[in-house]
Design a protein around this ligand. Structure first.
Ligand SMILES: Cc1ncc(COP(=O)(O)O)c(C=O)c1O
Length: 454
């Protein structure tokens, strides 16, 4: 009998996260203090992060044990299944074998709880009472609300205004799990008030919401900040996804040729791919494709340089592909992909040409999502649909060239709270807005920070 899903038992769940830092092909440029231009030390981050997470950020250890309590909570939904997309393969008539790792089975519906649970655990252990964070589409906010609820922490979420309006049900999830949610920019923080004074009608952006959450945490001793993507420790926690996938592919007797994920800040892509990147760096022939929207083309059109992680310039300077921290992407429905920068680890690998990047407009992405829903049944999150579009294109190429490749994608989340976006697509109302990103990017790049003394 042909199998459709490959499961691991709870006992087979990985016991350690994989840290790519010691295996990088080139050194990772350090975070810099914007005032001095010097690398920052652990104490510079201690006002907003617990020391365990700061240590994970720079750890030279390849394997980091997952605490028992985190593994216990992971078992509520992990290990997640790896599916063989046989119906999609048949509809495409491709000789390719397509697999997808289904992270939509978590209680919040995406990969985000993998790090939310770990971050809540380390903050609770450090005696913190409340976490402040930003959220785009609400996936991260709902994941952190869930995790805080499980650990008895308070949770404050600054939600990008356009998503707050477009996605009311994710707000409901956060409320059910006990979080307070505000449409960002708000008048609760100095950063928010300054942004509103400049542009009262702004749709908001992840960069703005990050400024607000960082400020909230920095101004309250019992509160820490929690980031849902970008930083090394977040990517580390997500490697549980790739480590499980590796075991599952081995059970299926497969070696992946192409691994695909969508990229907002880079956490699901990295968590899924990094355990396989190690093999490529050791000589295995495989490709990695990072997919982003043309409305926010960080990896494909950004500049590799130091920039702030937020709009107001409160974070350290990070070496990454960036569209400029003042870049405000248009209000596309893949809200989780609207970030001006990307994870420094991922950016380094793109710069070193270990990982490829490509960008798609909304309509072809939703077309691929519809084909996936028609054949495999699950409705993908608009973010996830970017990865599906690339997998469909690669599978079609396999058909043209008659090459039976093994394509594996990360199904980062379901779209059950994104149905308004699907309605808009079905009614032909989705615009492939690119708002001439080139002109917007050029303008934002003129506002990049100048390094002291350079
Ligand atoms: C379902 C889903 N996939 C992907 C992303 C992009 O984030 P990241 O690149 O950190 O995985 C998000 C962000 O909110 C998301 O909700």
């Amino acid at each position: 009998m042909e199998s459709y899903k490959i499961h691991l038992s709870e006992q087979e769940m990985p016991q350690e996260w994989y840290n790519l830092l010691p295996d990088l092909p080139a050194p990772l440029p350090p975070y810099l203090h914007p005032g001095t231009g010097e690398p920052i030390g652990p104490q510079d981050l201690a006002a907003i992060f617990p020391m365990e997470l700061i240590q994970q950020e720079v750890s030279p250890e390849r394997w980091i044990p997952i605490p028992d309590e985190v593994r216990r909570i992971y078992r509520l939904w992990r290990p997640s299944p790896l599916h063989r997309a046989r119906n999609l393969e048949a509809a495409l008539g491709t000789p390719a074998r397509i697999y997808y790792k289904n992270e939509s089975v978590s209680p919040a519906g995406s990969h985000k709880p993998n790090t939310a649970v770990a971050q809540a655990y380390y903050n609770k252990a450090a005696g913190i009472k409340r976490l402040a964070t930003e959220t785009g589409a609400g996936q991260w906010g709902s994941a952190l609300a869930l995790a805080c609820n499980l650990f008895g922490l308070e949770c404050t979420v600054y939600m990008v205004k356009v998503s707050y309006q477009q996605k009311p049900y994710r707000r409901s999830l956060m409320h059910i799990w006990g979080a307070s949610v505000y449409p960002s920019p708000t008048d609760r923080t100095q950063a928010g008030r300054q942004i509103l004074a400049r542009d009262p009608e702004t749709p908001g952006s992840l960069g703005m919401a990050i400024s607000e959450a960082v400020e909230d945490a920095a101004c309250h001793a019992d509160t820490n900040y929690s980031l849902g993507s970008v930083l090394n420790h977040v990517l580390l926690h997500q490697t549980i996804v790739g480590l499980e996938t590796k075991k599952q592919l081995a059970l299926a007797g497969e070696e992946p040729d192409i691994l695909i994920g969508c990229v907002g800040g880079g956490s699901n892509f990295a968590g899924f791919c990094f355990p396989f990147v190690r093999g490529k760096l050791q000589g295995k022939d495989r490709r990695f494709i990072a997919v982003e929207p043309t409305a926010c083309p960080t990896l494909t059109k950004g500049t590799y340089t130091y920039d702030f992680g937020d709009t107001a310039g409160l974070t350290p300077l990070i070496m990454m592909y960036t569209l400029g921290h003042s870049f405000v992407p248009s209000g596309i429905h893949a809200g989780g992909l609207r970030y001006h920068g990307d994870a420094p680890l991922l950016c380094l690998l793109v710069h070193e040409k270990v990982i490829e990047a490509r960008a798609y407009p909304q309509n072809p992405v939703f077309e691929a999502a519809r084909l996936f829903a028609e054949t495999e049944g699950i409705i993908p999150a608009p973010e996830t649909a970017h990865a599906i579009k690339a997998a469909v294109d690669e599978a079609r190429l396999c058909k043209e060239t008659n090459r039976p490749k093994c394509i594996v994608l990360n199904f980062s989340g379901h779209g059950h709270f994104d149905l308004a976006a699907y309605d808009a697509y079905l009614e032909g109302q989705l615009q492939d807005i690119e708002l001439d990103p080139d002109a917007m990017i050029q303008k934002a790049l003129t506002e990049l920070p100048k390094l002291p003394g350079k």
